[in-house]
Design a protein around this ligand. Structure first.
Ligand SMILES: Cc1cc2nc3c(=O)[nH]c(=O)nc-3n(C[C@H](O)[C@H](O)[C@H](O)COP(=O)(O)OP(=O)(O)OC[C@H]3O[C@@H](n4cnc5c(N)ncnc54)[C@H](O)[C@@H]3O)c2cc1C
Length: 399
């Protein structure tokens, strides 16, 4: 889309300048000029008395043509594994995928990519999937966006699933938009609920918007597959069954499907991986500006360690350079939903709350009894964190 001024028609009346709520129109040599502050709101188009401001809708030109949706069948979930271990989100996706597949009376398949992970393909058969599509290739040994997205897009083109669900994890969020682009379809990020519409054909994808204040339901009527990432810890995981069922379909990753990989894997930093996997953590201890000094994050880490949890942080702590951004919880950081969230020296600004308020149990430690964090806390401890945190570490260590 673009909005531009036809200079031959512009009379320099300046009506558009006054109409623009964003100050995006300037006069240059007696003619209106639209600058980069323009948000395409079209207020100027409507007021121009001589029709000199033109809005050009370009979407049709870039949208892919509609597909025959009847050719697409089945629900796929992306079985995320790291270092040969299936991640919890995989079982949550299977739980939800099974429900949707049953509603549609179609098959549920898990898609696994990796190297030397044959056992995982077998393991998936214990979780009520009908099929496991599996690509084993050295190029998929460690996660990299390009080979992951190329292999999944290849499988999707070949088998035409109606739905593909992926975890809204670091891995899922990173590569799945590339898959959607390759397949020329839409992608709804961070969904917390699904349903099938009344026609029985389309997936209704619900996700929170505007910091959780509204829920948007999105449908993909004309393109396939219908793709979504799913927030971890929202869906009920499928329990492991006593017996296996379903079949494994082993696929290759054909040379013609591969493009040169644009990243080089250097090394995986264990320490970072274990501490920052916030999305999957059952317990998170987060520190904020109230710590007063970066050195006190050592205590936050210690408390997280004795509880077997991960370390989070407020943006104020991250902005101060006390801890890397990968730990940030909130609107511009991670959305988390652990069983226990302990907020230490965090005031509870709305931008922090939207990232953690759906935690099962929230414990807030703050010296200000009026801190907003107490409004969402299950248990509030009013006091000095420098006394309370060491006491908690001592007590939990004993237990
Ligand atoms: C567009 C936008 C996006 C944002 N995104 C995020 C986001 O993703 N995540 C996020 O966290 N913030 C985000 N913010 C920032 C947010 O508005 C707050 O500024 C930030 O969360 C405050 O961090 P804090 O609670 O650590 O610090 P403060 O608000 O300064 O709170 C510190 C708290 O510590 C308490 N305290 C101080 N000393 C002690 C003590 N000795 N013992 C006990 N308690 C003590 C104080 O009473 C206070 O309540 C965003 C802001 C904007 C505008």
């Amino acid at each position: 889309m673009r909005i531009y001024v036809d200079i031959d028609k512009c009379t320099g009346c300046e009506v558009c300048v006054a109409s623009c709520p964003f100050g995006a129109i300037e006069m240059q040599e007696g003619k209106a000029v639209i600058n980069e502050a323009c948000t395409f709101c079209s207020a100027c188009v409507e007021v121009c008395p001589v029709g000199a401001i033109i809005k050009e809708e370009a979407e049709e030109a870039i949208l892919p043509s509609r597909v025959d949706i009847s050719q697409y069948q089945g629900v796929w979930i992306f079985a995320e594994q790291r270092r040969g271990k299936l991640q919890k989100v995989t079982f949550e996706l299977i739980g939800e995928g099974r429900r949707l597949a049953d509603l549609l009376s179609q098959e549920l398949s898990a898609v696994l990519v990796g190297h030397k992970v044959d056992e995982l393909a077998e393991e998936l058969l214990y979780y009520k999937v009908d099929k496991v599509y599996y690509v084993d290739d050295p190029a998929l040994a460690v996660f990299q966006d390009d080979p992951y997205s190329e292999s999944l897009a290849y499988l999707a083109r070949k088998y035409k699933p109606a739905i593909i669900l992926t975890g809204a994890t670091n891995i899922g969020r990173s590569f799945i938009p590339q898959v959607a682009i390759k397949l020329q379809t839409g992608l709804t990020a961070d969904c917390t609920g699904f349903d099938i519409d009344e026609t029985g054909k389309h997936l209704l994808q619900t996700r929170p918007a505007f910091g959780g204040n509204i829920f948007a339901t999105i449908a993909t009527y004309y393109h396939r597959p219908q793709m979504a990432t799913v927030r971890p810890k929202v869906m009920r995981p499928m329990p492991r069954q006593q017996t296996k069922r379903g079949e494994i379909i082993k696929e290759s990753f054909p040379a013609q499907e591969r493009l040169p990989c644009r990243t080089i894997f250097v090394e995986s930093v264990d320490d970072l991986e274990s501490t920052v996997n916030l999305a999957e953590a059952d317990i998170i201890v987060s520190g904020g500006r109230g710590l007063g000094d970066p050195s006190y994050f050592a205590q936050i880490r210690q408390l997280a360690e004795v509880l077997g949890g991960a370390v989070g942080a407020s943006r104020a702590a991250v902005d101060a350079g006390w801890i890397p951004y990968s730990h940030q919880v909130g609107q511009t950081g991670r959305t988390v939903c652990p069983k226990l969230y302990i907020a230490v020296g965090i005031s509870g600004a709305v931008q922090h709350l939207v990232g953690m308020q759906s935690s099962d149990v929230i414990v807030a430690i703050n010296k200000d009894p009026n801190a907003p964090i107490f409004k969402v806390a299950t248990y509030g401890i009013v006091g000095d964190l420098h006394e309370i945190v060491p006491a908690m570490i001592r007590r939990f260590s004993q237990r």
